[in-house]
Write a new protein. Structure first.
Length: 85
């Protein structure tokens, strides 16, 4: 079993979920899924656009569909941030 170390990226993602989607950011865990958050495909489009604004990198809804958990979104954002440097 692996443990998750909270990163600035994870904290920012949780804050986006709180600010824009009314989710208690303190309740967001690395293993939280979009299904648990009741996100459908339209909400994923909005989430992708919000992440683009927050992180300044291109994010597409189809990429988020391949991220089953918030920790996977974190990995995606870290990868995109590294590629943008």
């Amino acid at each position: 079993m692996t443990t998750h170390t909270t990163t600035d990226t994870f904290t920012r993602i949780a804050a986006v979920l709180g600010r824009h989607f009314g989710i208690d950011s303190a309740e967001v865990e690395p293993g939280t899924t979009f299904e648990e958050l009741e996100f459908d495909s339209l909400v994923l489009v909005e989430f992708a656009l919000t992440l683009q604004q927050e992180f300044g990198v291109d994010v597409f809804d189809y990429e988020l569909q391949e991220c089953p958990t918030v920790a996977d979104v974190e990995k995606l954002m870290l990868t995109k941030a590294e590629a943008a440097v």
